[in-house]
Design a protein around this ligand. Structure first.
Ligand code: GLU
Length: 367
């Protein structure tokens, strides 16, 4: 029986290469099957799970006969990732379907989550897949990402996926138990259980498996990214069978506590972006926003400014008072076409099926 206090509503679970792939370059399928059992149990309890899986390079290098685990050069890593990703995809599709779950693969680059327009698309895709009961399986698109647009490690990728998917927890399962107060190789080291949002922590406090590219520095950085946007991130030992249910029972590892600021994720998202335009809304739309709803086109009475999808806009009432800021789903031209209309009329005006909202509640901060 899991500790219900640890049960998140939406969990991003990252699996490191050293857990997934053995030293001979083969998948640890039996171990993975125990983890997929845990995921199925969690889904049955109402937790939505997104998997961020490493292992493509480690698996592919073996199949291509490359040395250095496929990390001898960027070309080798990119070729290995291509050969390994197809194996990973099949593996997750098989194991999840054996538990009557549908796997849905998403390969992303840094750009996909840094560019706000693409960020909105990625967010919407995660939301839709989870609503449909699927289990998204994410990895970096290593085969085409060039050095400048690579995450390079799945730890930071998992933290950014956590933000994009509105997760309340990121769990990095690793072949280490967490972060220690000194290099564990030197002996006498103690596991750090919790890291406060602003605490300084040395990034070198731990070994790297040699198989993946994460290491401790990337994990610490991932902890910071998640914490700053209000998401708790834990690094825990994944080497045991049923690693997720084991973690849920024991709650061990190192947890980066989330920033306590309310709406930290949204505040991070909208940050200090300059607003590119203004939407004026009627009282009905204002009431909906105050109750936590999304902004729909029907209540919009005025549109000013020049903006593109993903830009920040201000939302004003009819007297010009600032009510909210948010990331808009439409360009200014499109917005002018659909302001004041209901969704059944918008398809004809836009020439394509309308989006669920003009500013989704997840992308909106009330002032
Ligand atoms: N994306 C890499 C892979 O699938 C793993 C990156 C990492 O080790 O964190 O092999």
């Amino acid at each position: 029986m899991p500790n219900l206090e640890l049960l998140p509503a939406r969990l991003v679970l990252k699996l490191g290469s050293a857990l997934l792939v053995d030293t001979a370059g083969e998948v640890r399928r039996d171990w993975l099957a125990t983890l997929i059992d845990d995921i199925a149990d969690l889904r049955a309890r109402g937790t939505e799970v997104i998997i961020v899986s490493s292992g493509a390079i480690a698996l592919g290098s073996r199949r291509l006969g490359l040395t250095d685990g496929g990390r001898g050069s960027l070309d080798d890593a990119q070729a290995s990732a291509a050969a390994g990703q197809i194996v990973l995809s099949g593996l997750y599709a098989d194991l999840l379907s054996a538990r009557k779950l549908t796997a849905a693969q998403i390969l992303v680059t840094l750009d996909d989550l840094a560019d706000r327009r693409r960020y909105l698309n990625a967010s919407a895709t995660f939301a839709r897949l989870l609503a449909l009961g699927a289990v998204p399986v994410v990895n970096e698109n290593d085969s085409t990402a060039t050095a400048e647009i690579r995450f390079g490690d799945n730890d930071r990728l998992a933290a950014r996926v956590g933000q994009a998917a509105g997760a309340d927890k990121v769990l990095l399962l690793s072949n280490v138990a967490g972060i220690y107060d000194r290099d564990p190789a030197l002996g006498g080291a103690t596991l750090i259980n919790q890291v406060a949002p602003d605490a300084q922590i040395a990034a070198e406090l731990g070994p790297s498996s040699g198989l993946g590219s994460g290491g401790m520095a990337a994990k610490v950085e991932a902890g910071r990214i998640a914490a700053a946007s209000g998401i708790a991130l834990t690094i825990a030992d994944g080497r045991v069978q049923h690693p997720l249910s084991t973690w849920l029972q024991r709650g061990t590892g190192t947890t980066f506590l989330p920033s306590p600021a309310p709406g930290a994720r949204k505040a991070w998202l909208i940050g200090h972006l300059d607003a590119r335009g203004t939407l004026s809304i009627d009282d009905g739309a204002r009431a909906a926003l105050c109750e936590g709803g999304s902004l729909l086109a029907a209540g919009i009475k005025g549109v000013s400014g020049s903006f593109s999808r993903g830009d920040a806009v201000e939302v004003h009432d009819l007297d010009g008072a600032l009510l909210a800021r948010g990331l808009i789903a439409y360009s200014a031209d499109e917005m002018r076409k659909i302001a004041g209309t209901r969704s059944d009329a918008q398809g004809d005006l836009l020439g394509y099926a309308p989006r669920a909202a003009v500013v989704h509640r997840n992308d909106l901060v009330l002032i």
